[in-house]
Design a protein around this ligand. Structure first.
Ligand SMILES: [Zn+2]
Length: 175
């Protein structure tokens, strides 16, 4: 699947605040979820938190180890299905988000491996990585796949959201 270069997603301050809260609630595990919005203007209207399946404890008879949740994520199957189905609707998933715990918000080798299939993106979505330091979400970086380089690159940086009017829109700055 070939992808054109896209405009960075625009995320309202209230949604960005909820994303940061989700990342802090889940720390020291990575959080994950979906960003839903308008494909036309690339504005995110809604977040859909998912469950990081790596966080399930051995007692739940999961084959996944809870210790892995600190440095990787795997979305719950129903959210992966939601993502795939949404792509054919007027409110598609525009992005997948997850957090990095006490590590920079850069696209890691694991992130790349999970997001690509045969060298192309598994889904035509952006990736938002939230950086959590000592339990506090401090910033987020948005990554898009670029055909020319065959890799993801950072297209926008969101700082921590200061308290303010809920309707204020948070436009990203460049990386
Ligand atoms: Zn990651």
């Amino acid at each position: 699947m070939r992808t054109k270069r896209k405009q960075p997603l625009k995320i309202k301050a209230e949604i960005l605040r909820c994303l940061f809260e989700h990342a802090e609630q889940e720390a020291p595990r990575e959080c994950c979820g979906l960003l839903i919005g308008s494909a036309e203007n690339r504005v995110v209207h809604e977040m859909r938190p998912s469950t990081n399946r790596w966080q399930q404890s051995p007692e739940s008879r999961s084959t996944f180890l809870s210790s892995e949740a600190r440095n990787r994520f795997m979305m719950a199957p129903q959210d992966v299905i939601f993502l795939a189905r949404s792509l054919m609707t007027s409110r598609p998933v525009l992005g997948v988000y997850h957090s990095h715990i006490d590590l920079p918000a850069i696209f890691s080798a694991i992130d790349r491996k999970e997001a690509l299939f045969g060298g192309q993106p598994l889904y035509p979505v952006s990736h938002l990585i939230l950086e959590v330091r000592r339990g506090r979400a401090v910033a987020a970086r948005l990554f898009e796949f670029q055909d020319g380089i065959g890799d993801f690159h950072c297209t926008a940086l969101f700082g921590a959201v200061s308290p303010g009017p809920e309707q204020r829109e948070e436009w990203p700055s460049s990386c």
